[in-house]
Each structure stands twice: as C-alpha cells, then as structure tokens.
Ligand binder design. Structure first.
Ligand code: FES
Length: 115
C-alpha cells in the first residue's frame, strides 16, 4: 500500500507571501518556512495560547476579520464561519485576525531593544 503524506505549507500558486495582520496591523509574512499560522506568529514573538496544536482542543481559536484559510486536516474543534485555528491552517491570501490588543502589544515588545 502506497502512503503519501501531504504536508501543507506555503502554497506555491500564490504570487506573493500572504501578509498576516492583527486587527489591521501587519505583523508577519507567511512563507514556505511556516507549517501553519501559529508558527508564523510565534516566529515574530507573538504568543497565542495553544495546547494540542492539531485542531482538537480549540484553544487557539481566533476570529478572522478578512481573508480565508486552508486546513491541513479537518479540525475536530467546533468553529463558527468567522473563526480559524491558527495551529493547523495556512492563509489562502492576506489574512487579518482579530486578536486582542495584548497580542499586538507583544509585537511592540518584540521589537523593543533594551538600553
Ligand atoms: S491548539 Fe488545539 S486547536 Fe489549536
């Protein structure tokens, strides 16, 4: 039996890397380096609460303001139409997520240098 694993990462059909924004503020590019949106955010020092990282628990559930995503596997956590699970999906285009101001503050802290 031939088994193939489909790894969903950067969509090579996209003409440019999707921009991930938090409440309209661009924070990260989603590139071939990222397996999912959560990874792209964490690489930018943006911490989003997560547990299973496989679409089971729903801990990372986030509202989507604009854009759409593709899931690696069908998630088990219940989602409303305007929600996504960043731990197990990739953006189809530029994506704006409704994360609280706390997360955006984390972005500011990530670029602040100590003197
Ligand atoms: S961390 Fe469990 S669904 Fe994302």
């Amino acid at each position: 039996m031939k088994v193939s694993l489909k790894t969903l990462t950067f969509n090579p059909r996209l003409k440019k890397a999707p921009i991930i924004s938090l409440q309209g503020q661009p924070v990260a590019l989603f590139t071939e380096q990222h397996c999912n949106i959560l990874m792209a955010l964490e690489q930018k020092k943006i911490q989003l609460f997560s547990e299973c990282r496989n679409g089971y628990c729903g801990a990372c559930k986030t509202k989507v303001i604009s854009g759409s995503v593709t899931y690696h596997l069908q998630p088990l956590a219940h989602l409303e139409k305007d929600e996504c699970l960043p731990c197990c999906c990739s953006p189809n285009s530029d994506l704006d997520l409704e994360l609280s101001a706390h997360y955006i503050t984390a972005v500011g802290k990530a670029v602040t240098t100590s003197s």
